[in-house]
Each structure stands twice: as structure tokens, then as C-alpha cells.
Ligand binder design. Structure first.
Ligand code: ADP
Ligand code: MG
Ligand code: MG
Length: 208
């Protein structure tokens, strides 16, 4: 991955958030407070505006793109997802300090993002959160990394989508959905669904 591809990833993700905004809202209306689509839309609109600003500093490393993304998400997105995704992007950015990153280095960065999510939110796999999509995605990315970035990103996106789908039968044990108890069963977790967008955007950006 180079800096241009990191920027393309974030731009593809911002576009995906807009395309799926209503779907994320609907998922969060079922088991939360209905703001997940709006939260991420506000955040990624601010991210693209900052990246495209005429006076935006030229990023010197892959990590700078991701750190900047995380910082803006932290400042613009309230609720659970802003601090979670903000911290994950900043953690990824902190590990990528060169102008390019190998697939193995990106696997380490994605793992650092997952560690940040888990540290901040305290969720473990099976709690029906972002962690349920992010965990299999990191494992799939790492396993496929020797085959190259495109293969690893595609495998991670598929795994994240399966992980999000696999949250449907789970009862939420973290976040707002946990207040519903067994009534959270039967719905896809909105954060797991948006995590699948993060990995699909990486795969799409890698291909184009
Ligand atoms: P809020 O619930 O504050 O309105 P959002 O709707 O933007 O925030 O995000 C909700 C998503 O955040 C959930 O679907 C879940 O995936 C994720 N989430 C909430 N709490 C946690 C947590 N403690 N650990 C990991 N993820 C969490
Ligand atoms: Mg919400
Ligand atoms: Mg909210």
C-alpha cells in the first residue's frame, strides 16, 4: 500500500458510508438509537473535506492518512462508534510510518486497530459488536497476506461480511443493544455492518 492507495481506501469508505447510510440507520433503529448511519456520515464527510482541503498537508506516510482520519472521527462522531473507529484508525496509523506498507505490515496495523477497539470497548468476540466483524477480517487478511494485498483485502472483506451476518443470532452484551437483552437477537449489529464496509472499501480500492 502506498499513500495514494490509503487515500483511495478512505475515499471509497466515505462513499460506501453514504450509499449504506439508510441501511446502517435501519439496523441501529432496530436495536439501538437509530443514529449509526448519521454518525458515520457526519464523520466521513468531515474526513473527506479535510483530505480535500486546499491547505491540507501532504501526507508523508501511509500512517498519516489513517491517523488523520481517526483524529477527525474522534472529534466529529459522538456515540460509541466515533471513539471506537477513531481510536482504531489512529492505532493503525501509528504503526505505518513509511511511504509504503507491505501486506504483512498492513496485517499488523489492522491487528493494532482491533486491539484498540477491544481495549476501548471491552468487547470480546460474540458480544455482537464491531469486534465480531473486525476479528475474522484481521485473521483472513493475515492468512492471505503472502498472496498479496488484493487477495488479502478481498479475503478480509468476505470474512468481515460473514462476521457481520453471524451477529444476527447473537444477544448483545455491549453497547446500547445490550439494554434490549434477548430482544437484540435476530438483528445484524450496525457496527459490525459498518466494519464490513471498511474492509470492502479496502478491497475495492485495491482493485481499482
Ligand atoms: P451509539 O450506540 O452510541 O448510538 P453508534 O450507533 O454510532 O453509537 O454505534 C453503535 C455500534 O457501536 C454498535 O452496533 C456496536 O457495534 C458498537 N459498539 C457499541 N458499544 C461497543 C463496545 N463496548 N465495544 C465494541 N463495539 C461497541
Ligand atoms: Mg446508535
Ligand atoms: Mg447514539
Amino acid at each position: 500500500m502506498d499513500i495514494a492507495l490509503a487515500l483511495a481506501w478512505i475515499r471509497a469508505l466515505a462513499a460506501a458510508v453514504e450509499r449504506h447510510r439508510d441501511e446502517l440507520t435501519a439496523l441501529d433503529t432496530a436495536i439501538g438509537d437509530g443514529d449509526h448511519g448519521a454518525n458515520l456520515s457526519r464523520g466521513f464527510t468531515a474526513v473527506t473535506a479535510a483530505l480535500d482541503a486546499p491547505d491540507a498537508p501532504e501526507p508523508a506516510t501511509v500512517g498519516a492518512v489513517l491517523t488523520r482520519t481517526g483524529t477527525i472521527l474522534l472529534s466529529k462522531v459522538g456515540g460509541a462508534s466515533g471513539p471506537l473507529y477513531g481510536s482504531a484508525f489512529r492505532a493503525m496509523g501509528a504503526t505505518l510510518d513509511g511511504p509504503t506498507a507491505t501486506p504483512a505490515e498492513l496485517a499488523d496495523a489492522l491487528a493494532a486497530g482491533l486491539a484498540a477497539l477491544r481495549d476501548l470497548g471491552g468487547a470480546v468476540p460474540g458480544d455482537k459488536t464491531v469486534v465480531d466483524a473486525w476479528t475474522p477480517a484481521v485473521a483472513a487478511f493475515r492468512a492471505a497476506a503472502p498472496a498479496g494485498l488484493a487477495a488479502a483485502a478481498a479475503a478480509a472483506a468476505d470474512a468481515a461480511e460473514r462476521g457481520a451476518e453471524d451477529t444476527v443470532p447473537l444477544q448483545a452484551r455491549k453497547g446500547r443493544a445490550s439494554y434490549l437483552g434477548p430482544r437484540s437477537i435476530g438483528h445484524r449489529d450496525p457496527g459490525a455492518a459498518s466494519t464490513a464496509l471498511i474492509f470492502r472499501a479496502l478491497a475495492d480500492a485495491t482493485h481499482s
